[in-house]
Design a protein around this ligand. Sequence first.
Ligand code: FES
Ligand code: FES
Length: 158
Amino acid sequence: MAKKMLHSLTLNGEEVEVASAPDATLLETLREDLRVLSSKRGCNQGVCGACTVIVDGKPVRACLTLTARCEGRDVRTVEGLSQDPILAALQRHMVAEGGVQCGFCTGGMLMSARNLLAEIPVPDRETVKSALSGNICRCTGYHMIVDAVCGAARELAQ
Ligand code: FES
Ligand code: FES
């Protein structure tokens, strides 16, 4: 087994040090070492988007990102955005519109949607669909999730 190395990164605003193997992914480190569980292991191949987190302000697939590559970088998950007004509005509308069913995709979906609204405060429907196109949901048929993101955007713009 490869020797573990110590890595420093900022997780949800706090400096953390974690020992990980050279081939450990950020998803493994978050879930197994740091017990941050909102980032889900779906396909583990970069396809489903359930593991999406924000690194240095951009959504990334945690299952395809090596922890070693996150040295000194800023990592955000749903857990670190509990006071964030954009995330709060998204969560409210996801529940109200029925965009959360089994919930497996929800953490990754929220990360992608939150990033979209931070960059484009009032996106049109097609832009929302495009921004969420890398996040697979097996339950909702997507309409309710898109409705939720559009609703949150309208609320935040008022
Ligand atoms: S678990 Fe990472 S994209 Fe599916
Ligand atoms: S709510 Fe079940 S996968 Fe999206």
